[in-house]
Design a protein around this ligand. Structure first.
Ligand code: BGC
Length: 451
């Protein structure tokens, strides 16, 4: 459906942002379970530590990066607050840390960057980890109490909240795959953690709204778009539906309908969870193929893999590619989410690309596919690219580089990548100009522009 206009316009207003997270950016976070994990041998690529990260706990360094974001013409920035700084010991809250976040967020507001604040992005205070982390049945109470404090301290400046970043990734990576702390490999434990995170999301949703009527509260859902490896095979279609339910359906049904379905429940409805999202946050990175595999009873006979014929991004520590670069997946993910009739923020989208060879095209084509979904009715209100500056990429250390700006790991000096300029052109035009598409993805021009 080529378009005769010279620009694929996004709706007005539209939030153009970048997404970041406390532990990946602040530096000197030493009191959470990731800091402990990093010190264990073999956990992080090349034994790296998060260390100073991008240095944002130093407000001058944060301000310099916020200037960069504002100079690109962005109008929003997603960041998270670090629970272990705000509540370093159980029940003990740090007024100093809360003040520092208030100042940091003030720096965003001064620059016209509307803050979107995530309350949990993968890290837990050590005291919580010692109490069993998200397996502890009281974790929802702890989280609710923490959230109330944060909203009280920051609510005068923050109206868009994201309760929990990617519960599924936290549960899967930490409790099934073992690549995140605590490094467990157990489906019952992973399911328990996911269930508790969903319940805690419902609690946090209510806590925030009790304090702030006009808050926009949502969750960031990591959506893997599943396609059958062989679309003509019935068993592959079964495997795809099942994999999709496990990866996406359980969380979406919980947050939007309040129902807990296997493996996190038996269909029971939790009143606190019903309709507990004012918007849906979409983190879209990759499309995945699913196939029926009789050798994998433990995984319910499904196997997921990246299409070897697809365009694949850089390799991770485990020797696998990070993602399949598939812009159409953005369209499919948005179509899927738009069925729930909620506003949508694309809360993350990006790729590791140290040479910035693909990222300019990646940004333009993913946004063009978002535009296509918007034409068909998806209520997309904003896009947050992951990420502004190369940062601490969890198990991958500093080896995978997702930034619009490159950071020298020694000096922490920033250098703008081409993709920063491309994203700036798009944000400033509030859409994808044909000229930009011609420059970065000429082959895609006929798909979106006529003539
Ligand atoms: C996470 C980020 C991470 C990014 C790239 C997302 O799943 O929310 O923290 O850096 O993926 O791996």
């Amino acid at each position: 459906m080529p378009d005769s206009r010279s620009i694929l316009k996004m709706p007005v207003p539209f939030r153009w942002g970048v997404a970041t997270a406390a532990h990946q950016n602040e530096g000197d976070n030493t009191n959470n379970q990731w800091a402990a994990w990093e010190r264990q041998e073999g956990r992080i690529q090349n034994g790296q530590l998060s260390g100073k990260a991008t240095g944002w706990w130093d407000l001058a360094e944060a301000a310099a990066d916020f200037d960069r974001a504002a100079d690109l013409g962005l109008n929003s920035l997603r960041l998270s607050v670090e629970w272990s700084r705000i509540e370093p010991e159980e029940g003990v809250f740090s007024a100093t840390a809360l003040r520092r976040y208030h100042e940091m967020i003030g720096l965003l507001c001064e620059r016209g960057l509307e803050p979107m604040v995530t309350l949990h992005h993968f890290t837990d205070p050590m005291w919580l980890a010692w109490l069993g982390g998200w397996e502890n049945p009281r974790v929802g109470d702890y989280f609710g109490r923490f959230v109330a404090r944060v909203v009280d301290a920051l609510g005068d400046q923050v109206h868009i909240w994201c309760t929990i970043n990617e519960p599924l990734v936290y549960a899967y990576s930490g409790y099934l795959e073992g690549s995140f702390p605590p490094g467990a490999r157990s489906l019952p434990r992973a399911s328990r953690v996911l269930r508790r995170m969903m319940l805690a999301h419902g609690r946090a949703y209510r806590v925030i709204h009790a304090a702030q009527n006009d808050a926009m509260v949502g969750i960031a859902h990591h959506m893997q778009v599943m396609l059958p490896a062989h679309p003509g095979w019935l068993l592959d279609r079964y495997a795809t539906r099942l994999a999709d339910h496990l990866a996406n359906g359980t969380s979406l049904t919980a947050v939007l309908l309040g129902r807990l379905t296997p493996p996190i429940g038996w269909g029971e409805t939790v009143p606190e969870l019903i309709d507990s999202a004012d918007y849906m946050g979409l983190n879209y990175y990759s499309t995945v193929r699913a196939t029926f595999d009789p050798t994998r009873p433990a995984e319910l006979f499904t196997r997921r893999f990246l299409d070897p014929h697809g365009e694949l991004s850089e390799l991770t520590k485990s020797g696998q590619h990070f993602s399949e670069i598939n812009p159409r997946g953005m369209y499919l993910a948005l179509k899927r989410l738009s069925a729930y009739k909620k506003p949508i923020y694309i809360t993350e989208n990006g790729l590791p690309d140290r040479l910035d060879a693909i990222r300019p095209r990646f940004i333009a084509t993913h946004l063009a596919e978002a535009w296509r979904a918007i034409q068909e009715g998806a209520d997309v209100r904003g896009y947050y690219h992951w990420t502004l500056v190369d940062n601490f990429e969890w198990s991958e250390g500093y080896n995978l580089k997702f930034g619009l700006f490159e950071m020298d790991p020694e000096t922490r000096a920033r250098t703008s990548r081409t993709s920063a300029a491309v994203y700036a052109r798009i944000a400033q035009a509030n859409g994808i100009p044909r000229q930009v598409m011609e420059r970065v993805a000429a082959g895609a021009v006929p798909t979106y522009f006529a003539g």
